[in-house]
Structures are given as structure tokens and as C-alpha cells.
Design a binder for this molecule. Structure first.
Ligand SMILES: *[C@@H]1O[C@H](CO)[C@@H](O)[C@H](O)[C@H]1NC(C)=O
Length: 288
């Protein structure tokens, strides 16, 4: 017996290395099976490499929702720029919501003002020639619904939002490029700085009326809608107004410093009418 055991020793050594080899073979086999069934995949860079600031590659569908919801049509998000950070959420509002906002605001429309950087007060201006009004936050169920949707989209709580502003631009009316953030103490006392803006288009515009980012980094002539832009719209990265679409852009970088590339304006309307609604969002709670 003792002799027998002794003689088994070398074979046991052999079997442990055989075992390791067998396991290696089996492991390789399992990996091959997983690859064959597509459970594992080897990352490939073919065709999808994104160059920074190349709008050809960054204008793309970032998210798609298949369900149709309350006549809003197909919803999808398109990243249009990283400097400034800007995305378009297509069919964010339904046609009925757009019409509701316009009709709610219509009786209260008055000449738009800009903020005086010295006093922080509103003042009349030639750089902004539209008509507009503010709707109180959460004023009714439909507005609450839209404000909730904006909060879900931006990850900024409803309480950080100012009331919706509804704007109307007729032929020739425009808003020269400006920043949404403030340079004065007065306007940041409630809620702090403005960090992001959601601009919702409530109407189509036949010609002109684009939202333009003249300081955006990138080749802005690479946007798919380049040929449809007005001369003004071709001076920067531009978004064509489309009823129901929402444009989200950030006036602040993720490190909470101000982003000068968020400079933006509204090109003059050439043909048709432009209705839009803006939601400005603050860093902190905005008391209403
Ligand atoms: C910008 O994009 C357009 C359209 O794709 C292209 O024709 C042009 O060469 C690009 N310009 C630069 C500087 O890359």
C-alpha cells in the first residue's frame, strides 16, 4: 500500500498541471461560446470615432423613445454642441400644449425688456424687440405638467425654475446675442445664478428666427439643416424653430463656472411668426 501511494506522487503532480491546462482550455471554450452567441463583444472603433468639435459626428441621436405619448409624436434627443453644452429634445411639447401656452399668454403680452446690469432692473431695449410675458410657476395643471417634464429632462428640480416666459416675435423682431446669466448682485439674490435654459418653440417659423450660438466651438456649417438657415443663422451654430421642440443649453459648465460659449441670440424673423417659451433655471431654489 505504502509503495503504491508513493508511486502515485509523480502522477498527482502531473494531474494538477493537466487540470490547470484543461481548465484553461475549457475557459477559452466558454469565452468562444459567449462570443459566438453575442453575449460578449469585442469593442470596435470602426466608423464611430468622435473627434472633438466635429459636428458631423456629434450631431446624432443620443436617445430615442419609441412610445408615442399624448399626440406628442416621436421623441428623441439630439446633441448639437458640447461647447456650449446644448441638446434638442424633439417633440417635447404637444401641439395642444403649444397652443395652450400661446393662448394663455396672449392677453398679457407686452414689450420685452432686458436687465440693466447697473441697477438690475428691467429696461426697454433695442437689442430685444419681441413681446412677452411671464406665467407664474405652477399656475395650473398643464403648466405644472410641463414644468415637471422640464425638471425630468434637465435633472434640475422644479423649485429652481423661474416662471415660464412666453415670447412672440413678428417679422423683423429679434434678440441680439446675450448671456442668460447675470453680472450683478441684485438678480442673483433669489435663487443664485441662472445655470441652464430650456427654450421651447411653440410655433414653426417659415424663415429666420433661428436660435444662434455665435461663440459655439465647432464647424457649425456641418449641421444637417445648414441650407435652410437665414444669413443671420449662418453666423454661428443655429437651431431652427420647430413647434414642440425644446432646446436645452447650459450657461454654466459642470464645475459651476460661467460658460461664455453659451452666448446666444434670436435671429430676426423673415417670414411667419415665432412663438417661444423660456424656462430659466437657477443654481438654488427660486422663491416665487
Ligand atoms: C465643415 O463642414 C462642412 C460640411 O460638412 C464641410 O464642407 C467643411 O469642409 C467643414 N469645414 C471644416 C473647416 O472642417
Amino acid at each position: 500500500m505504502a509503495k503504491l501511494r508513493h508511486s502515485r506522487l509523480p502522477s498527482r503532480k502531473l494531474s494538477s498541471s493537466t487540470l490547470a491546462f484543461t481548465m484553461l482550455i475549457m475557459f477559452t471554450f466558454v469565452i468562444l461560446i459567449l462570443l459566438a452567441f453575442g453575449i460578449l463583444s469585442i469593442p470596435s472603433n470602426s466608423g464611430d470615432s468622435t473627434k472633438a468639435h466635429d459636428l458631423n459626428s456629434i450631431v446624432r441621436k443620443a436617445m430615442e423613445r419609441t412610445e408615442e405619448d399624448g399626440g406628442r409624436g416621436k421623441q428623441w434627443v439630439e446633441v448639437i454642441s458640447w461647447e456650449p453644452r446644448a441638446v434638442i429634445y424633439h417633440n417635447f411639447l404637444s401641439k395642444e400644449e403649444c397652443e395652450y401656452l400661446i393662448n394663455l399668454a396672449k392677453p398679457y403680452m407686452r414689450k420685452s425688456t432686458v436687465v440693466d446690469s447697473q441697477t438690475g432692473k428691467s429696461k426697454d431695449s433695442r437689442v430685444r424687440t419681441s413681446f412677452g410675458t411671464f406665467l407664474s410657476r405652477g399656475v395650473d395643471k398643464i403648466i405644472q405638467n410641463i414644468e415637471k417634464r422640464i425638471a425630468d429632462f434637465t435633472f434640475i428640480p422644479v423649485e429652481h425654475g423661474e416662471g415660464l416666459q412666453v415670447l412672440h416675435y413678428e417679422v423683423g423682431q429679434k434678440y441680439e446675442p446675450h448671456y442668460d446669466y447675470f453680472n450683478d448682485e441684485f438678480n442673483t439674490r433669489n435663487g443664485g445664478q441662472r445655470m441652464a435654459t430650456v427654450l421651447m418653440y411653440l410655433s414653426d417659423v417659415e424663415e429666420g428666427g433661428e436660435t444662434i450660438f455665435p461663440a459655439a466651438k465647432g464647424n457649425f456649417s456641418a449641421v444637417p439643416w445648414w441650407d435652410e438657415l437665414s444669413d443671420c443663422g449662418k453666423k454661428g451654430l443655429s437651431v431652427k424653430p420647430r413647434m414642440g421642440d425644446a432646446l436645452l443649453f447650459w450657461g454654466m459648465k459642470p464645475d459651476a463656472t460661467l460658460d461664455p460659449s453659451s452666448l446666444h441670440g434670436g435671429c430676426p424673423v423673415i417670414k411667419g411668426n415665432k412663438w417661444s417659451s423660456t424656462k430659466w433655471m437657477r443654481v438654488n431654489d427660486y422663491k416665487v
